[in-house]
Write a protein that binds this ligand. Structure first.
Ligand SMILES: Cc1cc2nc3c(=O)[nH]c(=O)nc-3n(C[C@H](O)[C@H](O)[C@H](O)COP(=O)(O)O)c2cc1C
Length: 373
């Protein structure tokens, strides 16, 4: 009996950093490219986040661009102008109204960009100048990224300041905390992994040097928020956006050790069984969580290919403390209610993941009994 009562489920309350959460179901960052002007969060976005907020539930925003060079997806929101902050204030107010906790995912795409998305049509920037042909989203639609140049050392320092500024603006916008996007082949990941980092300065070469940018940016975020309102997302062994590392197990193990020094609220992992938003090996064990659970000492959120049963399984085994559901949350605004009541899930429509309007964004149906709950 005693064991049974201690069993952890998706509905066991949990403390995440300084927050007492009512359940363990997370809305992960989902880029939906719904801004239409000035990368400013709009009323569709207020509605979208409000629909998915629950009392004591944890939400992370879509990747939110920290400065003008950070764009790689036209329509993705920013957090570097007063108008963007004002737009986000409406989102955070609506989520708080429902009793939710919302973090802002700070995002810079690095090399995953295009001149048409850069200030004055400049070359995109990244850790190193290495050719690749991953797709980015411009005003003309999906096109291959354009060649990037490598950042000068002084420019890397300036970027840390931009993250600091973005963290301050996120506070002004009413968020509860910030998450650093360190996954999926964007700027921080490009510095971490040696397939994309060929630098010879203090930010390249050894693992210690390659984690330097991640640590400096997190220190800047902690400076604003305190460590208990800062998290990070990593994608160990993920290959999305042409990523690779010669020894990912050593690299991400070392990164997790270094993260321990910062005493962050959480580490949010994307399992390598997901490539971007496509399953590459359904059924594969959550290997990233299994590996890093033994190293990272604070809370861990697992993401990538979870349904309710797989989520309950990873919680029971203790490899993660919370579980994020990306595509299911897109199609089921009342996902928490459905899990709680064993209601079948609606299916998502990939065609409306990115760009467009309310269609496929705020018009997914709530289960009919939801209103009475
Ligand atoms: C439409 C879409 C947009 C995404 N945008 C982001 C993003 O902005 N930042 C991020 O860290 N992950 C992003 N992801 C990854 C998701 O957060 C999540 O890790 C992934 O969908 C795997 O979870 P799932 O199998 O539950 O969908 C995105 C995924 C999808 C489907």
């Amino acid at each position: 009996m005693e064991n049974q009562s201690k069993k952890v489920t998706l509905f066991t309350p949990v403390k995440l950093g300084k927050f007492e959460l009512a359940h363990r179901i997370v809305l992960p960052p989902l880029t939906r490219m719904r801004t239409v002007n000035g990368f400013i969060p709009n009323d569709w976005m207020v509605e979208y986040y409000s629909q998915r907020a629950t009392k004591g539930g944890f939400l992370v925003t879509e990747g939110t661009v920290i400065n003008e060079t950070g764009h790689g997806y036209y329509g993705a929101p920013g957090i570097y102008t007063d108008e963007q902050v004002a737009g986000w204030k409406k989102v955070t107010a609506a989520v708080h109204e429902k009793g939710g906790i919302i973090f802002n995912q700070l995002f810079h795409v690095g090399r995953q960009s295009h001149r048409s998305l850069q200030p004055n049509g400049a070359e995109p920037i990244g850790a190193s100048a290495i050719p690749h042909e991953d797709l980015v989203f411009t005003q003309q639609g999906w096109v291959p990224a354009e060649p990037n140049r490598a950042l000068e050392t002084a420019e890397v320092k300036a970027l840390v300041k931009d993250y600091h500024q973005a963290a301050l603006r996120a506070m002004e916008a009413g968020f509860d905390g910030v998450e650093l996007h360190g996954a999926n082949g964007y700027l921080i990941d490009q510095f971490l992994q040696d397939g994309t980092n060929h630098r010879t300065d203090a930010y390249g070469g050894s693992m210690e040097n390659r984690v330097r940018l991640m640590i400096e940016v997190l220190e800047a975020m902690v400076d604003v928020w305190g460590s208990d309102a800062v998290g990070i997302r990593l994608g160990p062994s993920g290959t999305f956006n042409s990523m690779s590392d010669s020894d990912p197990i050593a690299l991400f193990g070392y990164a997790a050790e270094r993260l321990n020094e910062l005493d962050l609220a959480y580490l949010h992992l994307i399992e390598p069984r997901i490539n971007g938003n496509i399953e590459i090996a359904d059924g594969l064990e959550p290997v990233a969580s299994m590996h890093l659970r033994g190293i990272f000492k604070n809370k861990m959120i697992a993401a990538g290919g979870f349904d309710q049963a797989k989520a309950e399984d990873i919680l029971e085994k203790g490899y993660a403390d919370m579980v994020a559901f990306g595509r299911h949350f897109i199609a089921n605004p009342d996902l928490v209610f459905r899990f709680k009541n064993g209601i079948p899930l609606a299916s998502y429509d990939r065609e409306t993941f990115y760009g467009g309007n309310e269609k496929g964004y705020t018009d997914y149906a709530f289960y009919e009994a939801y209103a009475d709950a």
